[in-house]
Each structure stands twice: as structure tokens, then as C-alpha cells.
Design a protein around this ligand. Structure first.
Ligand code: FAD
Length: 466
């Protein structure tokens, strides 16, 4: 079979690229080695983690917050098996939706491992061992990533686990050790903390969420500690050992002392690595970097001119929405359009509670770039909406250029800020000033009023409600 485009991998990058190319008139095939479509994000990433975060949030509220709203329930309890089953159901419905979209857009789906025979032919090795080769003018590599580990850790996938196993544990851990205080570690740590586990986070960097704005990391540390999570920053893990049903993690703290942590499960959440195994890139002559990423230019084109790569397998943030944007960009570029991504405006979100969200530059980045900036900050606590719901933690922080007032970065901690951040992204896409944002009428009472107030604080230093 000959296609205009073959997409290898059906994650958010791959399936969106396939749909956009089909919308623009191409004959498209997509190859996925697993029996369900949707990749990491839908099967073992974004969607199942949010399903468990939502379920555990309901339980946590029932235990800790119903009473203050005047609601009494007999001692709340949960059925973990049911929670996991609900999560599986959410995943099944969502991945089924992708199959529907493939059919609707006349995209041919091949199940099996895709590997290059040359720059235009891809062999599909199916689960029953049979093989089929298909051909295309252009090919997109969208094979994503896998959890990475540390060289001295043996992942037994039973007690020493990655996020994939954490999403389907047979029980709630008594004491979960989390190596890595980044997004995945903190989200999954939150799930189990809310369900009653003791959770200890061990992070190498001096703060959790080390790439985010320092104020955000500080506030998040404060609220997670208040929820009972133990956070050990500046701890370099040196050994992880399974001892029966226990796991012992050894680390060196910043004073150089050796410390040990003992739990019944250890989640290794130290990042993800690009995944190209089995692709036989060498047959097509596609280059990868030393760190295993597929090398691409500004058009996401590899060194082989008809082969492109997108999403987690290339440089940049490992996020579903970044992969999707890249999928659209390649499909439109192949159709002769001139698409563009502003990588500065890809929002970063952590689905703890309160949530964390950011777009644009951090204060440290502005300092490093020697930009003259000003800061406006507004506390969630001062909002009527926050008092009504009881979600008092957090703030919105707006960074703007001192001379032009252009918004350069927005950082938030608070209820529903995962959704709120898009207001900042839209404003920044249109290169709004802090004054522009401050002068927009915001609904009352909403959490979004904190954005208006922080923008006003950045613009003229005079928030109205503080
Ligand atoms: P993937 O989604 O990894 O998809 C790649 C696909 O290619 C896979 O299905 C794989 O089986 C297939 N494949 C690989 N090799 C071959 C081959 N040779 N032949 C055929 N098929 C192949 N991101 C967010 O933006 N928001 C979140 O809330 C979020 N939460 C996350 C939570 C967790 C626990 C994890 C692990 C990740 C989370 N992510 C989140 C990250 C997100 O899942 C990834 O950034 C995203 O899935 C990357 O998309 P992709 O299309 O590049 O690759």
C-alpha cells in the first residue's frame, strides 16, 4: 500500500498529526504497537493519573473538608479496586474515542511494531509474527518516551516501580517513597497521600519542581507539607534495595550525611527518555542525539528530508499538548502551509491540589537574560471565590517588562489554575501588557480575579483588593 503519510506511534503527537493531515486531504496510515491507541498520555499518563487524582480528591474532601461545609457522613471509606476499575474505564472510553476519530477521518490503523526498511518503506511486525510493508511519501516518527531510571536501580515493577505500575497497584502503599519531586512524582504521590499512605519525596535538586519559578516551588512545598507529605530536597539517592516487602532508599543529604528511608513501595519518577527502540532508524539513515532524541530542525524535519519527528521523542518539554501542536505543525507544513509554534508559550501544569500552572519566563530566567522586569503578586486568600470554596492557598504572579509592561511570565498556585493559565497564554500570544490584562472585566466571584489583580499589581503596583 502507498500512502501520502505514515505516522509511527498513536500518542497525542501521532494521532493528532494523522487527523490534521487527513483533514488537509492526505491519505494517511498510523502504526501502533499496542492494541489500544492514544499512547502514553491516554493509556498510562495524563488521563489515568487525572482519573485517580479526581477520585482521591473526592475521598480527601469527604474526610477533611465536608465537615466545615456542614456535611456529615459516617466515616468515609473507599474501595481501591473500584477506583482502579473506574480509571480503566475512563481510559477505555478515551482510547476508544481515538479509534472512532481514525475511522471518521479515513485513517488506516495498523497494529504492530513499525520499523524502517528504508526512507519510504515501513515494515509492520504484528503480534502474531506476520509482517507487512507499507510505503509513503512522508513519514512522521511519534514514538514517544518511556520512564527513565538511575543506573544503580533495578526496577522490579512490583515494589520498585515506575508511573506505569503506580497507576495499577494492587493496594494503597503504607509508605510510598518517591524518588523525584517533579510533576509525575508529586501527582502520584498526592493520589496515595490522599488515600492514607505515608508519602516521602526524595529530590536531588534544592527544591521540588526545580524548573518552575522559585516562589511556586516554595508555596507548593508548603502546602504539600501541610497535607502531610514529607519532602526531602537536596538529597542525592545512591542506592535502592528491595528487602522482602520493604524497599530501602539510601541518599546523601546536603551536609554529606548518609540517610536511609524505608517504605513498602518506591516510585522512581526521575524523568522520561525518548523511545526509538525497534524502529531501525539506521535503515533510513535518521540521526539521533547522544541522549537518544531524534534530531530535528525548526520544521521538525530529521536529517532525512521526508522523515519528521514530533513529541517526546524530540527536544523540548515532554508534554501531550506540545506533542499535539507539533503534530499539527508537521501536517500543515507538509500541506504547504507556514505553521508556527511559540515554545515559550507552552503551559506547564502540575495537578496537585492546589494546582500549579505556569507560562512564559520564570524570575530566574529573566534575571539570567538580564531583562528589566517587575512583579505583581496576588494571594488567592483575598478572593471571595476562594473563601466560598475554602481553597485559600496559592497566588498568581505576573512578571512584566519594566519598560514596555509586556507580560513575560505568569505563575500560579491555586484551585483550578490548570484551566486559569490559558487566560495568561492567550494574553501573551497577543503580546498583551499587564495593563491590558488588568483592564479586562473579570467575572465575580471567580479565581480569575487573582489574574486581574496580579496584573494590576505588576502594572501600577496597586491591586484593588489587597
Ligand atoms: P506517546 O504518548 O508516548 O506515544 C507514543 C506511541 O508510540 C506509544 O503508543 C507507543 O506504543 C508507540 N510506539 C513506539 N514505538 C513504536 C513502533 N516502533 N511502532 C509502533 N508504535 C510504536 N503530559 C501532559 O501534557 N499533561 C499531563 O497531565 C501529563 N501527565 C502525565 C502523567 C504520567 C504518569 C506520565 C507518564 C506522563 C504524563 N504526561 C502528561 C506526558 C505525556 O503523556 C507525554 O508527553 C505524551 O504522551 C507524549 O506524546 P507522544 O505522542 O510524543 O508519545
Amino acid at each position: 500500500m502507498k500512502y501520502d503519510l505514515i505516522v509511527i506511534g498513536s500518542g497525542p503527537g501521532g494521532y493528532i498529526a494523522a487527523i490534521r493531515a487527513a483533514q488537509l486531504g492526505s491519505k494517511v496510515a498510523i502504526i501502533e504497537k499496542y492494541s489500544t491507541l492514544g499512547g502514553t498520555c491516554l493509556n498510562v499518563g495524563c488521563i489515568p493519573s487525572k482519573a485517580l487524582l479526581d477520585s482521591s480528591h473526592h475521598y480527601y474532601d469527604a474526610v477533611h473538608h465536608f465537615e466545615e461545609h456542614g456535611i456529615s457522613v459516617e466515616k468515609p471509606s473507599f474501595d481501591f479496586g473500584k477506583m482502579i476499575a473506574r480509571k480503566a474505564n475512563v481510559v477505555e472510553t478515551t482510547t476508544g474515542g481515538i479509534k472512532y476519530l481514525m475511522d471518521k477521518n479515513n485513517i488506516e490503523v495498523y497494529e504492530g511494531l513499525g520499523s524502517f526498511e528504508d526512507a519510504t518503506h515501513v515494515k509492520i511486525t504484528k503480534n502474531d509474527g506476520s509482517e507487512e510493508t507499507i510505503e509513503a511519501t512522508n513519514i512522521i516518527i511519534a514514538t514517544g518516551s518511556k520512564p527513565s531510571s538511575l543506573p544503580f536501580i533495578t526496577l522490579d515493577k512490583e515494589r520498585i516501580i515506575t508511573s506505569t505500575e503506580a497507576l495499577k497497584l494492587p493496594e494503597v502503599p503504607k509508605h510510598l517513597l518517591v524518588i523525584g519531586g517533579g510533576v509525575i512524582g508529586l501527582e502520584l504521590g498526592s493520589v496515595f497521600k490522599r488515600l492514607g499512605a505515608e508519602v516521602t519525596v526524595i529530590e536531588y535538586a534544592p527544591t521540588i519542581t526545580p524548573t518552575m519559578d522559585k516562589d511556586v516551588s516554595k508555596e507548593l512545598t508548603k502546602v504539600l507539607k501541610k497535607q502531610g507529605m514529607k519532602i526531602n530536597a537536596s538529597h542525592g539517592v545512591t542506592a535502592v534495595e528491595r528487602k522482602g516487602d520493604e524497599v530501602v532508599v539510601t541518599a546523601t543529604n546536603k551536609k554529606g550525611e548518609e540517610v536511609t528511608f524505608t517504605g513498602d513501595y518506591c516510585l522512581v519518577a526521575v524523568g522520561r527518555r525518548p523511545y526509538t527502540e525497534g524502529l531501525a532508524l539506521e535503515n533510513a539513515g535518521v540521526k539521533v542525539t547522544e541522549r537518544g532524541m531524534v534530531e530535528v530542525n525548526d520544521h521538525l524535519q530529521t536529517n532525512v528530508s521526508n522523515i519528521y519527528a514530533i513529541g517526546d521523542v524530540v527536544r523540548g518539554a515532554m508534554l501531550a499538548h506540545k506533542a499535539e501542536e507539533e503534530g499539527v505543525v508537521v501536517a500543515e507544513y507538509l500541506a504547504g502551509q507556514k505553521p508556527h509554534i511559540d515554545y515559550n508559550l507552552i503551559p506547564g501544569i502540575v495537578y496537585t491540589w492546589p494546582e500549579v500552572a505556569a507560562v512564559g519566563k520564570t524570575e530566574d530566567e529573566l534575571k539570567e537574560a538580564k531583562v528589566d522586569y517587575k512583579v505583581g503578586k496576588f494571594s488567592m486568600r483575598a478572593l471571595g471565590r476562594s473563601r466560598a470554596s475554602g481553597d485559600l492557598d496559592g497566588f498568581v504572579k505576573v512578571l512584566a517588562d519594566k519598560n514596555t509592561d509586556e507580560i513575560l511570565g505568569v505563575h500560579m498556585v491555586g484551585a483550578r489554575v490548570a484551566d486559569l493559565i490559558m487566560e495568561a497564554a492567550v494574553a501573551m500570544e497577543y503580546r498583551a501588557s499587564a495593563e491590558d490584562l488588568a483592564r479586562i472585566c473579570h467575572g465575580h466571584p471567580t479565581y480569575s480575579e487573582a489574574v486581574k489583580e496580579a496584573a494590576k499589581a505588576a502594572w501600577d503596583g496597586q491591586p484593588l483588593n489587597a
